[in-house]
Design a protein around this ligand. Structure first.
Ligand code: ADP
Ligand code: MG
Length: 272
């Protein structure tokens, strides 16, 4: 029997074992091995580690798709020089995923455009690569879905689902006021996840402003009490990155007021 036929048969067996990358690369790897006079053990190790790497990539892709990020921006593409109020080593520590293993929380606070969502997605992508089940949602979307579940008598089911991901990212708390029922349901979610799973929140409001956001100081305090117990708080200051880009393009001049209420208000039409 020719070597070619045998290799094809082995490839077929590998496919049945779901060793897809190995099956695909086998002919090339065999050629290379005989050319380099590789030891059997080295050849085997290379084969196995390539298959493991492929499996890791597949799982990461699956977790990333399931997370439903609004865009894919990485921590590597974040310009820390533009954001001196942010210590790169704190983000690096968060990127290790230890806070997720410990079920700790993260709060990213700061005005619009300073990179909160970018960092939240970047950390979420790292979490997916570390194998953590992750869910990205906006505060308004999350609260609307909780209210709907409550009205349809399936709140318990919904809360159970929302406790599953090891990292729950809630973007944009504070852009829209939250009704009493929504605030109450949000509190229930935070209580359920307390010390069980991490929450990463971004907010354009300082924590002192959460009473107004949730329309009730008592409930805001109860939410913060649980969130902050084990948490990292990052206060990002400074200028909007979006506006910097516009200024660079000559669309804004220094004299234009870029920190007025108009620009800081939620999602102004000029923001892309
Ligand atoms: P926020 O959520 O704080 O309003 P975003 O994360 O949406 O801000 O950032 C606005 C835009 O600017 C995004 O396209 C983001 O990728 C980019 N951006 C913000 N800060 C930085 C930075 N330091 N380095 C690179 N891109 C940045
Ligand atoms: Mg944002």
């Amino acid at each position: 029997m020719s070597a070619g036929v045998q290799i094809e048969r082995v490839q077929e067996q590998m496919r049945r074992l779901k060793l897809m990358r190995t099956a695909e690369e086998l002919p090339l790897l065999l050629q290379q091995a005989s050319k380099d006079e590789q030891a059997y053990s080295d050849f085997l190790e290379e084969l196995v580690s390539r298959e493991l790497a492929a499996k890791h990539d597949r799982l990461t892709t699956m977790k990333t798709t399931m997370a439903r990020f609004p865009f894919h921006k990485t921590l590597e593409s974040f310009d820390f020089k533009f954001q001196p109020s942010l210590e790169p080593k704190v983000i690096k520590e968060l990127a290790t995923g230890r806070f997720i293993a410990d079920a700790d929380n993260v709060l990213l606070l700061g005005p619009p455009g300073v990179g909160k969502t970018h960092l939240a997605v970047g950390l979420g992508l790292k979490a997916c690569a570390s194998g953590y089940r992750t869910t990205f949602t906006t505060a308004s979307g999350l609260i609307a879905s909780l209210v709907k579940a409550h009205q349809e008598n399936r709140l318990e089911e919904k809360l159970k689902l929302l406790v599953q991901p090891k990292l729950l990212i809630i973007d944009e708390i504070g852009y829209l006021p939250i009704e009493r029922l929504g605030a109450n349901l949000f509190f229930q979610l935070v209580s359920r996840r307390y010390e069980r799973g991490s929450i990463l929140i971004t907010s354009n409001q300082s924590l002192a402003g959460w009473g107004a956001v949730f329309g009730d100081q008592v409930i805001a305090t109860a939410i913060l009490d649980r969130l902050l117990h084990h948490s990292t708080i990052l206060n990002i200051k400074g200028e909007s990155y979006r506006l910097k880009e516009k200024r660079k393009a000559g669309l804004l001049t220094r004299s234009e007021p870029y920190t007025t209420a108009g620009v800081e208000s939620p999602a102004p039409a000029t923001e892309a």
